[in-house]
Design a protein around this ligand. Structure first.
Ligand code: TRP
Length: 326
């Protein structure tokens, strides 16, 4: 029996190459070895002010991006969170065993709520409970997540253990999956910060749907460190970040990359890097366009049905254990 993995991304903001290299590429690699569930978490996307007219489009566009990246519906289950009502139902149940104190300690709530609990949405506060429901409904073994989501995963484990203790063995306690070669791509404008969807400086990120001109401009404008050589060097995070992008996309070793640019300057390097990124994005964007809405729904509908059959089993057990149904 294959172990089960579950992961998801929110249909907010645009996905960038950091999301691809740090998460999506990994999801694709995992789908042979694991039984994978990849969810588009649109219910998480309404925890901050949102624009209804863009949410539906962003939800389908994110599905297109999963598919274009190589998530294969023959191997993995791809679905939209709101198509499986059990996610919202289990969230209520788990809210009843969550403690205010443990949710108050979540750093993402403190960051996104800007420390203003008077005005922060209750949905933002219980965001990690919804995430726990996503994971626990599927009796998930492993959850591939970035560093920023570790604390939420820890909460999912705590809730699973607490429920099992109080009401009897019901949930599998999930483990984090830490990718072997996890790539953390930094902002092109500030190599101390992660490349981020919510970065206000759009020049910091290369979005997966950027056109070639935009990509080239952003790379030309990327900050570099003082120094002239093209090398991996901890004291020169900007050039190291750019070189990582080059290395992962060309699938060369670090040594090969450094040797390739020996004696070359920043200008030459940036031109070549821009070409590599543009040539990576071109076929990716072609694939994104291939998935029309009809094709997409023919993948997402059976995905949701499969997900739902598993989620419903888990939720029935939960209701029985709690005395809600007989
Ligand atoms: N909170 C995650 C993020 O922002 C997205 C997410 C929602 C998720 N549910 C999940 C990730 C379940 C892994 C498993 O990145």
């Amino acid at each position: 029996m294959k172990k089960r993995i579950f992961s998801g991304a929110q249909p907010t903001g645009q996905l960038h190459i950091g999301n691809y290299l740090g998460a999506l590429k990994n999801w694709v690699a995992l789908q042979d070895e694991y039984e994978a569930f990849y969810c588009i978490v649109n219910l998480h996307a309404i925890t901050l002010p949102q624009d209804p007219s863009t949410l539906r489009k962003a939800t389908l566009d994110l599905a297109r991006i999963y598919l274009a990246a190589g998530v294969d519906p023959e191997k993995s289950t791809i679905f939209i969170q709101s198509d499986v009502a059990e996610h919202a139902e289990l969230t209520w149940i788990l809210s009843c065993i969550s403690r205010m104190g443990e949710l108050e300690r979540m750093t993402q709530f403190k960051d996104k709520g800007k420390g203003n609990t008077e005005r922060a949405g209750v949905g933002l506060f219980t965001y990690p409970v919804l995430m726990a429901s996503d994971i626990l409904l599927y009796q998930t073994d492993l959850v591939p997540v970035g560093q920023d989501q570790k604390q939420h995963l820890e909460l999912s484990r705590d809730l699973a253990e607490r429920f099992n203790r109080d009401f009897g063995e019901t949930f599998k306690v999930p483990e984090p999956y830490i990718p072997k070669a996890g790539a953390s791509i930094k902002s092109l404008q500030d190599p101390e910060k992660k490349m981020s969807k919510s970065d206000e400086n759009l020049n910091g990120s290369i979005f997966l749907l950027d056109d070639p001109d935009t990509v080239t401009k952003k790379i030309k404008r990327a900050v570099t460190d003082s120094g002239t050589t093209i090398e991996f060097d901890e004291s020169r995070p900007a050039i190291s970040n750019l070189l990582s992008i080059y290395q992962i996309l060309t699938e060369n070793t670090a040594e090969e990359c450094v040797a390739h640019f020996e004696g070359k300057g920043y200008g030459h390097f940036k031109t070549e890097l821009a070409e590599v990124v543009v040539e990576f994005l071109r076929p990716f964007q072609d694939r994104v366009r291939e998935f029309d809405d009809e094709t997409l729904l023919s993948i997402l509908k059976p995905g949701a049905e499969k997900a739902r059959s598993i989620a419903a089993d888990t939720l029935r057990k939960v209701y029985e254990r709690m005395g809600i149904v007989g």
